[in-house]
Ligand binder design. Structure first.
Ligand SMILES: Nc1nc2c(ncn2[C@@H]2O[C@H](COP(=O)(O)OP(=O)(O)OP(=O)(O)O)[C@@H](O)[C@H]2O)c(=O)[nH]1
Ligand SMILES: [Mg+2]
Ligand SMILES: [Zn+2]
Length: 275
């Protein structure tokens, strides 16, 4: 019988099939073959003995959050509490794009920002829109819905950014656990502990544990460069340039001329330095 893994807690996988859900454990051969089942996996199960027999090929997978077969990533970034982190945002955008997932940028907690901070945010949001991203907030649900229709969506972002709160808003029956952030640490408390896919309206959405730091894994400097999609708008005279050292680099010039957002370029340099 075929199904889709919608939840994993330790090694107990909840598998949704056309005739109901089954709690299954992966069969012994998985450990031997180093196959780790992921939420989002399509699999074959033995419903009588509650075994997962086989994981079907994936179209993509993320290490953080751990999930497979995703179409859209809703990247949640709080503008305050926790503080705005454009570094985490840019990193997540790169990871998502390099895994062939469509990013949607969702800013939360605008209500906590001052007038000046809102002005600054407006400019930042304008930039991300201009370079081609869908940008939204956690208030305008109606505008967002068409982008999620029939998709498998993962919500991801810093702990305490408001991911579970946002999903609760999408479906009033869910009642996912949410919690205030720690005032002393200025960040969330890792309230969501496991990845789980929910079928709501006409799409699937996975709530996931938040993070406070993130690594780009198994990607080359060139791949990271190419995930900064706006760089290609600025011709550079150097072949295969990483846009970090050359004096007359086209991308560096665009940064100086304020055509490329400075934080984007700085984050890019930081990411390739760490490869
Ligand atoms: N002021 C304000 N608070 C918000 C907003 N969205 C969420 N919150 C609050 O932020 C806190 C954290 O929200 P959660 O939904 O638990 O955050 P999370 O991203 O799921 O956190 P983890 O599960 O730890 O990753 C809660 O107290 C929410 O009520 C918002 O737009 N404005
Ligand atoms: Mg949560
Ligand atoms: Zn260059």
């Amino acid at each position: 019988m075929q199904g889709k893994i919608i939840k994993i807690i330790s090694n107990l996988c909840t598998v949704k099939t056309s005739v109901g859900t089954y709690d299954c454990i992966p069969r012994g051969k998985f450990r031997k073959e180093a196959i780790v089942p992921l939420v989002g996996d399509y699999c074959l199960i033995d419903p009588e003995n509650h075994y997962i027999l086989e994981i079907l090929p994936r179209k993509n997978e993320l290490a953080r959050p751990m999930i497979a077969n995703v179409d859209v990533a809703l990247i949640v970034t709080s503008v305050k509490q926790p503080n705005l982190s454009l570094s985490l945002l840019d990193k997540m955008i790169s990871i998502v794009l390099l895994n062939k997932i469509t990013p949607i940028l969702c800013f939360t907690k605008f209500d906590l920002a001052t007038k000046e901070e809102k002005q600054e945010l407006k400019k930042i949001i304008h930039y991300y829109k201009k370079i081609g991203f869908i940008v939204t907030d956690n208030k305008h649900l109606k505008k967002l819905m068409p982008y999620l229709k029939k998709k498998v969506v993962v919500i991801t972002g810093q702990t305490g950014a408001g991911k579970s709160t946002f999903i609760n808003k999408m479906d009033k029956n869910l009642h996912l656990k949410t919690d205030e952030i720690s005032q002393s640490l200025g960040r969330g408390k890792h309230t969501t502990r496991h990845v789980e896919l929910f079928s709501i309206k006409n799409f699937y959405i996975a709530d996931t544990p938040g993070f406070s730091s993130l690594e780009i894994q198994n990607k080359s400097k060139e791949e990271i460069r190419d995930s900064f999609v706006e760089f290609q708008n600025y011709p550079c005279p150097f072949k295969n340039c990483l846009h970090d050292k050359e004096k007359d680099c086209g991308v560096k010039r665009a940064v100086e001329e304020k055509k490329i957002l400075k934080s984007r370029y700085q984050n890019y340099l930081e990411f390739i330095k760490n490869i």
